[in-house]
Design a protein around this ligand. Structure first.
Ligand SMILES: NC(=O)C1=CN([C@@H]2O[C@H](COP(=O)(O)OP(=O)(O)OC[C@H]3O[C@@H](n4cnc5c(N)ncnc54)[C@H](O)[C@@H]3O)[C@@H](O)[C@H]2O)C=CC1
Ligand SMILES: CC(C)CC(=O)C(=O)O
Ligand SMILES: [Mg+2]
Length: 336
């Protein structure tokens, strides 16, 4: 396995270190190439992501990323100029974000909870494409636009992927959008879901406006199995999904090119957490579970299941005594 590793900024290197230990334990022959993308490289060279970088990344079977973003760089420069650019260039159209409440993990929600759903977030379109601009900047008459780009091609492929996952799971798919207000894009999403649904007659289809979906995520998360949604809604929904499922430190994700043309990239849902960076306080579990998604994507289901079992055992045992980043890694490695 040829693995590109992007530790990135903030807590990224701390959590990636632990995920790599786990991957190397299961695949001692893994060949890793480390890339120094992020704030430090940007400050020293001015570079974010060059054509040569992308070509080099394409030489790998998969990419493991920590996080990108740093307070020393204006907001958006690294996020847009590196992270989104990379997701778009590698056509990571399926942004896969499972939410599972593990046994023994406390949810902030009251009562017994049964949370096991996956958000299939579109990863290459929506309002994240940089289609917009600003005029009269800095004046009282400034105007800014950020246009959401939705293509039939882009929606259909992610919707079909979500249906296929629902077919393999509990056969229930929920479209989350805001069709009552964002009528142009919303209509295309809803019609596409209706059309693709005819290929999956066993999957029942539900729809929630995104605002109501946030209510149900807190009051009745068990109603969800597979959620399909656009890039912006999916970003927001999955931070709340993480919070109700035991915290952002446990939430894994995959940025997948489902055609297999480009290497897919696996990363925690969280960001670089500058508020705790450098203090060994970060929970590396999300990065470790992202490594499990990586292995499953590459066909090693048994390895992925071993990591998930080790994590399940650890989160059940740790209670609120998680310990340092390294201690969590040590325990999960030991359990493996
Ligand atoms: N995929 C990526 O690389 C992402 C990058 N970002 C970037 O990260 C930077 C910080 O963004 P924020 O909005 O603060 O989001 P964040 O996800 O980095 O942090 C939000 C909160 O969660 C906590 N947290 C995050 N990961 C944790 C972990 N593993 N263990 C324990 N606590 C954890 C942080 O301490 C903070 O209180 C920004 O530059 C942002 O653009 C944000 C989200 C995703
Ligand atoms: C920083 C953004 C580009 C990414 C993000 O928040 C996410 O993918 O969850
Ligand atoms: Mg996010």
């Amino acid at each position: 396995m040829k693995l590109a590793v992007i530790p990135g900024d903030g807590i990224g290197p701390e959590v990636v270190e632990q995920a790599l230990r786990v991957l190397e334990k299961l695949h001692p022959d893994v060949e890793t190439t480390e890339f120094d993308f992020g704030a430090r490289r940007y400050h020293s060279t001015g570079e974010l992501l060059t054509d040569d970088d992308v070509a080099a990344l394409r030489e790998h079977d998969a990419i493991l990323l920590g996080a990108i973003g740093d307070p020393s760089v204006p907001s958006g420069v690294l996020e847009r100029g590196f992270l989104l650019k990379l997701r778009f260039l590698l056509d990571h159209h399926v942004n896969l974000r499972p939410s599972v409440l593990y046994d023994g993990v406390a949810s902030p929600l009251a009562g017994e909870q049964d949370i096991d759903f996956v958000v299939v977030r579109e990863g290459t379109e929506g309002p994240y494409t940089g289609n917009g601009g600003a005029i009269r900047v800095g004046t009282p008459h400034e105007v800014a636009t950020e246009v959401s780009v939705n293509t039939r091609y882009g929606i259909e492929r992610v919707v079909r992927d979500a249906f296929a996952r629902a077919q393999q799971r509990s056969k229930k798919l929920t479209l989350v959008h805001k069709t009552n207000v964002l009528t142009f894009a919303g209509s295309m999403w809803a019609r596409t879901v209706d059309e693709v649904a005819t290929e999956f007659p066993e999957v029942s289809v539900d729809y929630c406006h995104v605002d109501a979906a946030m209510i149900y995520l807190v009051t009745d998360p068990s109603r969800f199995d597979v959620i399909v949604t656009d890039n912006l809604f999916g970003d927001i929904v999955t931070d709340l999904a993480a919070a109700v499922s035991g915290g952002i430190g446990l939430a894994a994700s995959g940025n997948i090119d489902a055609t297999g043309t480009n290497p897919s990239m696996f990363e925690p849902v969280h960001g670089s957490a500058p508020d705790i960076a450098g203090r060994r306080l970060a929970d590396p579990t999300a990065a470790i579970l992202s490594a499990a998604l990586l292995l499953r994507h590459l066909g090693d289901d048994a390895g992925a299941a071993r990591i998930e079992a080790a994590v399940a055992a650890d989160v059940a045992a740790r209670g609120d005594q998680r310990g340092s980043t390294t201690e969590v890694g040590d325990r999960i490695l030991e359990s493996l």
